[in-house]
Design a protein around this ligand. Sequence first.
Ligand SMILES: Nc1nc2c(c(=O)[nH]1)N[C@H]1C(S)=C(S)[C@@H](COP(=O)(O)OP(=O)(O)OC[C@H]3O[C@@H](n4cnc5c(=O)[nH]c(N)nc54)[C@H](O)[C@@H]3O)O[C@H]1N2
Ligand SMILES: Nc1nc2c(c(=O)[nH]1)N[C@H]1C(S)=C(S)[C@@H](COP(=O)(O)OP(=O)(O)OC[C@H]3O[C@@H](n4cnc5c(=O)[nH]c(N)nc54)[C@H](O)[C@@H]3O)O[C@H]1N2
Ligand code: SF4
Ligand SMILES: [Mo]
Length: 735
Amino acid sequence: MSEKIQPSICRFCHANCGILVEIEDGRPIRVQGDPDNPAYAGFTCAKGRQLPKQHTHPERLLHSQKRDEDHRYADISSQQAIDEISQRIQALVAEHGPRSVAIYPGTHSGPHPASIPTAVGWMIGLGSRMVFTSSSIDQPGKHVANAIHGRWLAGSYTLRESDVWMLIGNNPIISNSGGLPPSNPSRHLREAKEKGLELIVIDPRRTEVARSADIYLQPRAGEDPTLIAAMLHVVLRKGLYDHSFCMEHVAGFSQLEEAVADYTLEYAAKRAGVRASDLEAAACTFANRSKGCGVAGTGPNMAPHGNLTEYLLLCLNSVCGKWRREGEAIPNPGALLPRATPKAQALPPRPGWGRGETLRSRDLGSSAAGLPTAALADEILYGGDGGVRALICIGSNPVAAWPDQLKTLRAMENLDLLVCLDIKMSATARLADYVIAPTLSLEVPGVSVSSEAIEQTYIAHGYSEPYAQYTPALVEPPANSDVIEEWKFFYRLAQRMGIQLNLYPIRPEAGTLREKRNPIELDMSKEPTSDQMLEYLMNGSRIDLSEIRRHPHGKIYDDATARVEPADPDCPDRLDVGNPDMLEELEGVLEEVPNERLRGEPETTEEEFPFQLISRRLPNVYNSSGRDIDKLTRGRTYNPAFLHPDDLRELDIEAGDLIEIVSRHASILGVAEKAPELRRGVLSMAHCFGDSPDHDNRTREIGSNTGRLINNEVDFDPHSGIPRMSAIPVAIRPA
Ligand SMILES: Nc1nc2c(c(=O)[nH]1)N[C@H]1C(S)=C(S)[C@@H](COP(=O)(O)OP(=O)(O)OC[C@H]3O[C@@H](n4cnc5c(=O)[nH]c(N)nc54)[C@H](O)[C@@H]3O)O[C@H]1N2
Ligand SMILES: Nc1nc2c(c(=O)[nH]1)N[C@H]1C(S)=C(S)[C@@H](COP(=O)(O)OP(=O)(O)OC[C@H]3O[C@@H](n4cnc5c(=O)[nH]c(N)nc54)[C@H](O)[C@@H]3O)O[C@H]1N2
Ligand code: SF4
Ligand SMILES: [Mo]
């Protein structure tokens, strides 16, 4: 028996924790946090510690699967699968054109840096731009708002530098996903609070992070535009904004002032169900403290007006001057990305929508968040010329994750070709023509780039220091398996189809001051190694990959000389706080009667749907992953329907009872559970649980799918296409 312990990167989720992996006879047997990792310092979560179980799970696919006419699956070699898939795609392209082929990379393409670049490179070679990602059903408002507001090229302050911080509808202590640094968010928050940071949290659920809040607001769901508009109202009326910053760098000030005029404290407080004094305290504290950041999460992005919420929040950050200034130190000049050379100036706004492809089935196009995944089911069901007929899912699970599950199921069944790259027979994989069995994280090399890249895309996301780690593959795939790394699947597809694959090195979103990197033409006669692929992708990094490799526990590459440079002389560019589309949308919000805002639907009274279903994350699962690992579920394999105890009492429902949850669109079953930390009238439930309707009698075992309650064609964002996925009006009754 041979044993060893090796440092590595956890890739169960996107947070890239530094871990120690104990390996026995070539198999991973134990994972723990790596105390020698300088960023994470021993931090892990329960999911990461179950990586070995994920690798050795009895239901893990060790061979790719092909479905026969009787819908039965049998092993197929990956090579044979690739041959057959390439032939079928070529036939579809010949008959219907390249646009008939779409890809959907989901959450599990994130931890594997080469997945999306090769998949997209293959699509470009094929001539199709039909790339849909989970971004557009996640926080699309961030991308749209960033575009139309413009970006501050010196970035936002990090938590460590700040004395005030505002979190609106995110819970980074559990999600590890923005709002606080991913490397042990609780520790970062504790340290910042010890140094005097004031924390403001706005969430209908008193979340794990809300427990540390100095000011906590528990509003009705979906009222974030109203609340932020009222904060702006206070800040502008009381003159608490940063006058000189606004004079120099902000445009549209008077339009914004006018647009928030009616959003008085009294109006907003009454409408959102919070105390006016608390709302005022939040606004004044945020404005009066010197450095900080306000950042929103999935909750408000999934509730109506997600773009507007994100936009108003950027406006609040801007008028309060909460951006890094000339001469200030740059805590993260980059490590695996090119060196940042930030300047104290605005990158001017650009269009947030109306570029690139448009859909055929609906009046939706590409926004700054990409093509609207929420409408991909319609594009598949469209059937006419230019519709989608083949879909490749990469580490994603549409049947579990897309809004409007029943339509999604119809769409999957309607495809001419569905291919899933998945580690198991997920709810979607069970409808696929081919399921490609991939390698798992500890079987491939990796780098910590995803948490670095995100720092450049969003504000207050990702690492606040130039940290990087590389890990080699630690173990071989299981004996007698035929598993293939995701990028190799696309490389070999390209090879079979005679497509030259060009690799676009990972670079942050357009609009940061980092050099663009030219695509690398891959040698199609000789397959690169996974390590070569990482080198290509990190080409131009501030720190050379060879140096990063020399520090197996990861390293922070500080550069005390990195400072914000002065603005270009006579730079005319400004951040726009007066976007006419957004301010018009804000005006429309005034006219809404809360909970009665579904466009194109018959009038209903709030009484009929008195509850609001809101989104949330559970600690021990990652979307649809983790539900099949005993140590993670600890017997609770479903997603409880959390309600306030007084609501349960009034409904005459006991914890543990089966309930029916009815939206205007559909109904699902749920298992009631007490949650005193919720606002009354709110039902909080995690997504991606349950299965297709033929499993509905197993609610107590597998939970149920909240996505089924969502109508993707009503009350959707006209730019990103995201429908109302939180703050959904529902009725609840005993089942
Ligand atoms: N109602 C509602 N719907 C939601 C949300 C919500 O809050 N409410 N949240 C939305 C959000 S934010 C997102 S990001 C999406 C998520 O949407 P998806 O990404 O479509 O869903 P996941 O469940 O994350 O799918 C991940 C799949 O990858 C597989 N997998 C795990 N590890 C690997 C691997 O190493 N390689 C490969 N190839 N596959 C792997 C898993 O088995 C799983 O099937 O869902 C969205 N849907
Ligand atoms: N453990 C775990 N971690 C995860 C995931 C997981 O499934 N499990 N999923 C990953 C993914 S894909 C993503 S995108 C990130 C998301 O990361 P976060 O955005 O931090 O996600 P949540 O923890 O669901 O936090 C959303 C919060 O919004 C609140 N909320 C809901 N509706 C509203 C509203 O209308 N207004 C306001 N103000 N608040 C509202 C909810 O109560 C909830 O506390 O997490 C990632 N990390
Ligand atoms: S937070 Fe994510 S990366 Fe870190 S240990 Fe947990 S699952 Fe792994
Ligand atoms: Mo997400």
